[in-house]
Structure formats: C-alpha cells, structure tokens
Design a protein around this ligand. Structure first.
Ligand SMILES: Cc1cc2nc3c(=O)[nH]c(=O)nc-3n(C[C@H](O)[C@H](O)[C@H](O)COP(=O)(O)OP(=O)(O)OC[C@H]3O[C@@H](n4cnc5c(N)ncnc54)[C@H](O)[C@@H]3O)c2cc1C
Length: 348
C-alpha cells in the first residue's frame, strides 16, 4: 500500500491535519490506539480572552477566522452539530478585578470581545458579589462528538487503523518511509502526551498537565452561559453542566482521581449554592509547552518525519491553524511561523 502520509494519533491535531489532506486530495492512513484522552474529555471552549489576566489569546482573531469555518465545514460534511456559541460571564472577585477589566477594555485586541457594560443581574444558584463581565464571540466545540464522529467517518473510508503505531518498525528509504506494508512519503506525529514514547521527537520539551472535569446534574441552576469563576461551569442542556478543570503537573495518568474530584467539589462551593449530583468524572493530559507555543515542523535529521503537537490548553482554536501551516510548509514550501517551528529547539 502506498500513501502520501501516515498520521499517528486522531485527536484534535490529527483530525485537523487529516482534513487538510482531504481538502488537497492527498492519500493517508491514520493510526490510533486510544492511549490518550485529551481531545475526548476537553471542555472544548474557544475564548479569545485569557480571563485570569484579561489579556488577548495569542493570534486569537486569526485563529478563530480559520477554526470556526473549519468546524462548521465538518458539521456539514458529517451532518452533526458540534459548535455552540454562548456568552462567557466572568464573575469578578473584587472591585480591583472589575478595575482591571475596565483597563482591558482599552486594549485594541480586546475591544471586539469585552462588553463595556457590567452585568449586575442575579442568577439563581450562582455566587457572585461583584457583578459579571461578558465576553463575546466565545463558544464550545463538542470535541468528543467531533472526534468520535470523525473516527467513524475515517473507518468507513478505510483510512484509520485502531492499533498502536510502533516507532521501531519505521524503515527509512531515500525520500520516503516504510512502515510494515505501507510506504509513505511522510509521517505526521499527532500523539499528544504520547510523544514521550516517540524516540524521534521525545527530545521536545512537552510539559504535560493533567486536567480533570466533573459533569453535574443541577436542576436548580438555570444558566445558559458559560460561568467563569475559580472554575468554569459549562451548560450542556438537560440540567447537566461540565465543571472544571484541575491542573496537575505531577500525575501522568489519564485516570480520574479522588483528589481531582475533591478539589473540584471544594472549589465549586464558592461558585454555586444549589444542590447537585456528580454524574461523570473524566481526565486527560494537556500537551503543553513552556512559552505556550505549539510544536510544529520537520525532524532535524529525518526529513520524512514531522510533528504537530503542543496544542496546550487551546487545541480547539489553534489546531486548524497549525495544521494548515504545517501542510503549506510541507507541500507549498511556505515558511513555518518561527514561534511554533520546532527548529527553535535545535542544538545551536
Ligand atoms: C480536562 C481538559 C480540559 C480541556 N479543555 C479545553 C478547552 O476547553 N478548550 C480547548 O481548546 N482545549 C482544552 N483542552 C486541551 C485540549 O484537549 C488539547 O489541546 C487537545 O486535545 C490536544 O490534542 P492532540 O490531538 O494534540 O492530543 P490528544 O488529544 O492527546 O491526541 C493524541 C492522540 O494520539 C493517539 N496516540 C498517541 N500515541 C499513539 C501511538 N503510538 N499509536 C497510535 N495512536 C497514538 C492518542 O490515543 C490520542 O488519541 C483541555 C484538556 C483537558 C485535559
């Protein structure tokens, strides 16, 4: 079997690259072994503003201009609904917090997104003593539905194998690779935290950060916006809400933990004051990089091997952009963004 590309991993990164290949009539096969869960458990929120500091997300406008049409095309192609738009209401913790918001209103990159009028309304069940600030142009991609539907679609197209990709089986040819019975021009590794087992790219500085979420059933909480406080509370419909997330730099497993649950329950006491029941708990590892820029590019020695990783906490927004940039670099000789190109980690 001969293909243009092998893609290893079908999370948000692999999916975005597969779409790019299809749009350009390239042939490919995906390997997926279910070892990582990040894209399946993600909140899926896209939000152009960093709400801890009221600063703009890096290249937010440009990323959203690519990402939203990208997900809407997939909605049409697979006949699914995955994009839900909503307002994010940031619950201020103090008057100082409000003042920082007012200062941020003047930042040119934020004016489109921050509503200058504070929301003083009371929402039953929500604890907020200092009003809310509204963030516009935000929403959520249902990443679980997206990834599962896309894998199903690739299965029907005979373009995915649900098995572990074994790096030691790669044989190098002059300008291609052989993997078992497949000959491919290139391999694109989209393995998330799985990169740690990749002997070609595990030199890259990926700082994995485990995140846990709970889903609660809270019939007395009637909100149709994303509530952002010490945690986020995201309405899913049918009185269900996703609550998260934790940040844990030491636990490298994707298993939900008792500590994770306790941390969320403890923090939630300061966010809502209505009864609820926990109906689900999920966990995954965010593939993050210090400096918060993804890992994109070509192996310094083996030019057939490439990587698309490090999407961090914002895979939904940034995935489609970096997939496009990698494709254009490999096929159209366009330069990679110097901030994301892995050559920044080459030995000088
Ligand atoms: C709790 C939590 C909440 C989050 N919330 C948000 C959010 O609200 N918004 C947002 O934008 N982002 C969010 N994220 C981050 C987002 O999930 C990531 O940025 C994104 O999922 C990373 O995608 P990926 O494809 O790079 O990695 P992954 O999703 O980890 O995908 C890698 C895939 O490769 C497969 N794989 C690895 N090695 C092999 C191998 N050798 N052979 C075969 N297959 C292999 C794995 O099974 C996996 O499916 C969240 C993450 C977590 C954990």
């Amino acid at each position: 079997m001969k293909v243009d590309y092998i893609i290893v991993g079908l999370g948000l990164a692999g999916l975005a690259f597969a779409e790019e290949l299809m749009a350009n009539n390239k042939t490919f096969i995906v390997f997926e072994d279910d070892s990582q869960t990040s894209s399946l458990v993600a909140g899926g929120v896209y939000n152009p503003v960093i709400l801890k500091r009221f600063t703009p997300v890096w290249n937010a406008k440009e990323q959203l201009a690519i990402a939203l049409p990208f997900y809407n095309r997939i909605e049409e192609k697979l006949n699914i609904n995955i994009d839900e738009k909503f307002v994010i209401k940031k619950a201020f913790k103090s008057i100082e917090d409000q003042n920082i918001w007012f200062e941020a209103l003047d930042k040119p990159k934020l004016t489109d997104y921050l509503d200058p009028k504070l929301d003083n309304q009371n929402y039953p069940g929500v604890i907020a003593d200092f009003s809310f600030g509204n963030v516009k142009e935000a929403g959520r991609i249902d990443t679980k539905k997206l990834v599962e539907s896309y894998r199903e679609y690739l299965k029907k197209e005979n373009k995915i194998r649900f098995e572990n990709f074994e790096h030691q089986q790669i044989e190098f040819k002059e300008s291609s690779v052989k993997y078992k019975s497949i000959e491919a021009t290139r391999i694109v590794f989209c393995e998330g935290f799985g990169i740690k087992d990749n002997p070609y790219f595990n030199y890259l500085p990926l700082n994995e950060v485990k995140g846990e979420l709970i889903t609660i059933f809270a019939p007395e909480l009637k909100i149709d916006f994303l509530l952002k406080s010490t945690l986020f509370v995201l309405p899913l419909g049918d009185n269900l809400y996703k609550v998260g997330a934790t940040f844990n730099w030491t636990d490298k497993t994707s298993n939900p933990s008792e500590e994770g649950k306790e941390e969320l329950v403890e923090k939630l006491k300061k966010v809502i004051n209505v009864p609820y029941k926990i109906v689900e708990q999920t966990a995954g590892i965010r593939p993050t990089v210090s400096g918060r820029r993804p890992l994109v590019g070509v192996h310094p020695k083996y030019k057939q091997l490439t990587v698309l990783n490090g999407l961090g906490t914002r895979g939904v927004m940034i995935g489609p952009t970096v997939a496009k940039e990698l494709f254009n670099h490999l096929e159209n000789e366009e330069k990679l963004n110097l901030e994301t190109d892995i050559s920044r980690f080459n030995k000088k």
